[in-house]
Design a protein around this ligand. Sequence first.
Ligand SMILES: C[S@@+](CC[C@H](N)C(=O)[O-])C[C@H]1O[C@@H](n2cnc3c(N)ncnc32)[C@H](O)[C@@H]1O
Length: 246
Amino acid sequence: MQELLLIGIGTGNPDHVTRQGAGAIRRADLILIPRKGAGKSDLAGLRETIINAVTDTPPRLSYFDIPQRRDDDGYLRGVDAWHDAIAARWQAAIGTSPEAKVVALLVWGDPSLYDSSLRIAARLDPQPRTRVIPGITALQALTAAHAIPVNEIGAPLVVTTGRQLRKNGWPQGVETAVIMLDGECSFGTLDAAEFDIWWGAYVGMDEELLISGALDQVADQIRTTRAQARAEHGWIMDIYLLRRRN
Ligand SMILES: C[S@@+](CC[C@H](N)C(=O)[O-])C[C@H]1O[C@@H](n2cnc3c(N)ncnc32)[C@H](O)[C@@H]1O
């Protein structure tokens, strides 16, 4: 392999793929497709749909299973070992097509935002030339779906995780925070009377769900909707923007 393409594909809507992304898919000799464990959505089907939509003759696809992440040795150590394990799977999948010069991965959203692909790519040996093709992030899909600006005029914002919000509370020095990777409705740790929320699940997809309003008015509705949707689909991805009221 000479070149590795990390192609941002947006957040589940095949129309999120940019022309630059489609061109990169066509240039690939081999595309690696991740598969998650049973009961989780691996969205492999969506990746195949995208590939078939933008190619006449699809490139070779090589599937690999995403290993389980261990949390028993501390979060960061667990993530580091997990990245090593995924890099080994990539290496094995690439090894099935030694003639492939250009290898690609279709990365959910954009490779720069809460995504490990660049860190995993840095573990490959020998190192390929790595190129990133930007994609629409879940943050952009959320603000577009609600038709809201992400920031207030001239003001900063924080993008963080549910885990961080639970652990550290509301971030210092901002009125706006976007929360990702939150399986526990961590907005419940805040004083609900102080915030407005714009929440979305499956944003950009056919299943899209959106709720917004004063946090103390809609928090329970979000919890119930989220639990029902998760039970119905077997998986959920959600994201929300919180703004402190003036
Ligand atoms: C591992 S991160 C990947 C983020 C991705 N790289 C991006 O650019 O948006 C996964 C998190 O992104 C958010 N997310 C991704 N796709 C989403 C979608 N279609 N609807 C709502 N949230 C989504 C959720 O917060 C989810 O927990």
